[in-house]
Every structure is written in C-alpha cells, then in structure tokens.
Design a protein around this ligand. Structure first.
Ligand SMILES: [Zn+2]
Length: 315
C-alpha cells in the first residue's frame, strides 16, 4: 500500500510474447474519466523511450538485462492484471454484491509456518506506535495492491479468496481465484489524480505527471512478489525521527516497493531531462528522494539491509 503525505507532496494479455501494460484489465466500475487517464498512463509505458541505458542497480533490482518500454511494460503486466475502483470494497459491494467470496476451503498454503518479516511482532515493538489519528487527516491511500492482501488474508485462514471483477452491466463479472500474491488486483482511487499529487497542475498531460503515477504503479506491482518471509514485500513502520515515524511506510530491504518506485521514476525522469520544465524536474527529484528516504539501509536489528527473495509463492 502506498500512502502519500499530502503536505510532503505539495512540497515538493494473455499471450506470452505480446504481453504489455495495455493488457491490464480495468474494471467497468471505474468511472470513464478516471479510466481514460489510467489507460493513457499505462499506454505510455508500453512505448516509453528510455533516454539512456538503465543503471546497473535498476537492472539488478528489476532482474532485467536491459531496460526498454516493452520490458518495463511486461514487468508490470506480470504483477498487475486488474485495476479496480476505490469503491470496490464498499459495504454494498461486500455484502450485497458479495464481490469477495471464499473460493476454496481447508487449503494447505506454501510457507504456512513462516511469518512475513514485517508482520513479526518483535519488529513492530521496536518502533513507536502509529498515531491513529494521523493517517485519517495527513495521508491517504492512492493505490493499493488488494490482490496480495487478499492472498495473505486467505492464507491466514487456510482459504482461497475469490474476487468478482466487473466487466459491465450486461456481462458476467470475471471471478478471480487469489492463489498467489501475483493475483495482481490493484485498487486505484481518484486521489491518484488529485491536485496535491499532480506534479504539473497547469498541464495535466505533462510527462512528469505520468512518470510519478507510473512510479506508483511500479511500487504497487512489487507488492505482488515475494514468498514466506518476503511475502508481498510488506512495509515496516518507519523508525523514530524519520519523516514517516511510526507509519508503515518504510522498507527494510534494498529491492522492495520503495526501491522499485524510486528507481523506475528516476529512469523515466532521464527522458524528462530536456522536455520537462525545471519545476517539474525539481518536484520529480523530491518525489524520488521521498521514496528513497523510506529505504532503510540498516534494519531495526542494526544489520545491513539486504535484497529479499522476489520469487512469488503460489498454490
Ligand atoms: Zn507499498
């Protein structure tokens, strides 16, 4: 889940060979105005012309030999399959439409004795408790990987959840069984396009705006990876004195969602170098630094943070 501090931000397919981000299915429950904006961003990555060769670190983290628009698009498409609206899990949808259902019971999940790193209570007690009133006012969720959350929730209860994805009024909803964190169901809120999160408010179509939103997609996509201890690359609470102290908005690894988001934003920003305004470039830089600041190079145990195993577990 990517939480955004509004104040900080103001400051600042189905065939294997032709899979790309435009194959990501957008639920019909997404309003048409929002849909076209999301489609435009996803369409952009397919044909993205990366200005220079990617850094060695980007290639290592993304497990790529070279970075291209098509390659980045494929990477995203392996991890994001559906985009659903922010109302997807409303009480009405849950209780009346029964959008979430139990698909299988008494299921033996892989790594069922292993607690994900960030869920370990020994870790959480070393950090100050989150301020409960804070997130209601100071930050809001703009995008969330509910597929990986539903996988983990199901695993805890030894059951496989399913989710109905709307395909329109006259068509039967698609039923997705969530058998892996790679179910790839991402919830997107209108907040993603809110003025507070828009780099260039004067020009909605500015490349910098799409770069930031795509960075958020890459961040969220990383939550579809991992197994056992690394499952879903869950965030840990940021330590005391951190800008996000007590918020589950930090990574104690070097290849998690904040790393992927920061690296991909930085790579895309290189293309922005000549075409974007100085102000846009400056804000993008701040946003990249904001993500980078959440990557803790030392864990709460005082150990050097490492790369986690990104292999996704699956039934
Ligand atoms: Zn996240």
């Amino acid at each position: 889940m990517k939480k955004m501090l509004t104040t900080a931000l103001i400051l600042a397919a189905t065939t294997t060979s032709a899979v790309n981000a435009s194959d990501i299915m957008l639920s019909k429950s997404i309003k048409s105005t929002l849909r076209s904006k999301i489609e435009r961003d996803l369409g952009l990555i397919d044909s993205f012309k990366f200005k220079t060769a990617a850094s060695a670190r980007t290639l290592k983290v993304m497990e790529m030999s070279a970075l291209s628009g098509h390659g980045a698009s494929e990477w995203l498409n392996k991890r994001v399959h559906y985009v659903v609206s922010e109302n997807a899990l409303s009480v009405f949808n849950l209780l009346v439409k029964r959008i979430i259902f139990v698909d299988q019971k008494d299921v033996d999940f892989p790594n069922n004795q292993i607690i994900p790193y960030s869920m370990n209570k020994d870790i959480q007690k070393n950090f100050i408790e989150p301020n409960p009133g804070f997130s209601a006012e100071g930050s809001f969720t703009v995008m969330s990987n509910i597929g990986s959350a539903l996988y983990f929730g199901g695993k805890n209860g030894r059951q496989v959840f399913g989710m109905k994805i709307s395909r329109g009024l006259l068509r039967k909803a698609e039923k997705v069984a969530i058998t892996s964190p790679r179910a790839g169901i991402i919830q997107v809120g209108e907040g993603l396009f809110a003025p507070e999160l828009t780099v260039n408010k004067d020009n909605q179509d500015a490349l910098a705006n799409s770069i930031f939103r795509l960075g958020t997609f890459f961040h969220e996509a990383r939550h579809s990876d991992g197994n056992g201890v690394s499952l879903s690359f869950m965030h840990t609470n940021c330590p005391a004195r951190h800008d996000y102290a007590g918020q589950p908005a930090c990574d104690e690894n070097l290849n998690g969602p904040y790393t992927v988001g920061a690296l991909m934003m930085a790579e895309m920003s290189k293309t922005c170098e000549e075409s974007c305004s100085e102000k846009d470039k400056e804000i993008l830089k701040l946003l990249i630094l904001d993500s980078a600041s959440r990557i803790l190079t030392t864990t709460h145990k005082g150990e050097v943070s490492k790369n986690w195993d990104a292999t996704p577990e699956s039934l």
